[in-house]
Design a protein around this ligand. Structure first.
Ligand code: SAH
Length: 348
């Protein structure tokens, strides 16, 4: 089955479901995923400096620790100057992509956000700017793109209508989420979608639907990480997702999307001490360490026990270097854009 997946980059729904439901193929899956990743990206691991600039959020996603309804969260916002100084520090440490992520916070309107993006692009012209600001009108995405933003991360979270409803409040819709992704793509962003593994009520067939949606969208980046329970949410009594299934999904996705930029997520590193290294060995080729000021890191608590909330950026960077090298890969000081052209020459 894996040979066929390697050759055709596809399987039937039933085959995918059975591949995801057993540990029988795990070793072979990981080896094949690593081989495919090395074929396209070699040993390179791209790093993205993550700046979590606001934990205010108007949404109430049931799984998320910084949801509007969690009144125990101490809220913060970073100023343009603070964000720029994070970039400056990051640049010195070899980061050539900055990811600005936040809750959906209307305080950062288009004027403010476009100003931040264009100042970063002016100061660091050899760097890419990735935004992860949630759902905004098409005109807003266009204005941000025109100010210089290169990429946008917006996980679809789940491609199944019924499952989407159980994870989100009435005010949100899968249709709107998907429309945002198509808009971003049409505008010209490198686009990232993705989902959590093991979120409440998720079934294997939901994951198959997620994969089908990814095949339709053909995103440049695919973010996959385990769901991790947060005590301040309505899902406090649900278990977190497993490392095994997260890694299995990651490998299957690498085999189906050879060119994709796939992070070994912080969530993966949170559920296992060597989770990110394992992620790399299972097909991931990106890591996104935290560049936010240490004082606010603990406050951007999407889930509990998030790692790397105590160290300074430089410390994080050196720790990461050790981890990546130890896993047999190497950090590239590079924007790390998607290698779209490789898709055409990879044997199908
Ligand atoms: N407001 C932005 C950023 C959201 S945070 C947006 O809407 O896109 C980034 C991602 O963290 C989310 O897309 C979600 O998939 C993930 N996340 C949120 N809560 C989580 C949890 N409890 N466990 C694991 N991942 C979580």
């Amino acid at each position: 089955m894996i040979d066929r997946l390697l050759q055709t980059r596809d399987l039937s729904d039933g085959e995918l479901a059975s591949l995801l439901s057993t540990d029988e193929y795990d070793g072979e899956l990981a080896r094949s995923a690593d081989m495919v990743r090395r074929g396209v990206y070699g040993k390179d691991v791209y790093i993205r400096g993550l700046i979590e600039f606001s934990n205010y959020c108007k949404n109430d996603c049931l799984y998320c620790g910084i949801r509007h309804g969690n009144s125990t969260v101490k809220r913060y916002r970073l100023s343009s100057e603070q964000i720029l100084s994070c970039c400056e520090e990051g640049y010195g440490l070899g980061f050539r992509t900055f990811v600005l992520q936040g809750g959906e916070d209307p305080y950062y309107d288009d004027g403010l956000m476009c100003g931040i993006v264009s100042r970063i692009k002016d100061m660091f012209s050899d760097c890419a700017v990735t935004l992860s600001l949630g759902e905004r009108p098409r005109e807003s995405y266009q204005a941000l793109f025109d100010s210089g933003a290169d990429r946008y991360l917006l996980r679809h979270e789940t491609a199944d209508e019924g499952h989407y409803r159980r994870l989100h409040p009435e005010s949100m819709s899968l249709r709107n989420r998907k429309e945002c992704l198509w808009n971003l793509k049409e505008i010209g962003y490198q686009v990232g979608a993705g989902f959590m593994v093991g979120s409440p009520y998720q079934t294997i067939s939901n994951i198959v639907s997620d994969i089908r949606f990814l095949q339709e969208l053909r995103p440049d980046m695919i973010g996959i990480g385990p769901y991790i329970t947060h005590g301040g949410t309505p899902f406090r009594d649900f278990p977190s997702g497993s490392l095994e299934l997260s890694l299995r999904v990651l490998s299957v996705i690498r085999l189906m999307f050879p060119y994709a930029l796939i992070p070994a997520t912080t969530a993966l590193g949170t559920i296992a001490p060597d989770g990110r290294e394992q992620g790399l060995a299972h097909g991931a080729n990106v890591v996104m360490p935290n560049l936010s000021p240490v004082g606010v890191r603990k406050l951007y608590e999407l889930y509990e026990d998030k790692i790397c909330t105590g160290e300074e950026a430089a410390e994080c960077r050196f720790c990461l270097d050790r981890r990546v090298t130890g896993a047999g890969y190497g950090i590239a000081v590079d924007r790390g854009d998607v290698k779209r052209e490789r898709e055409a020459i990879m044997p199908v």
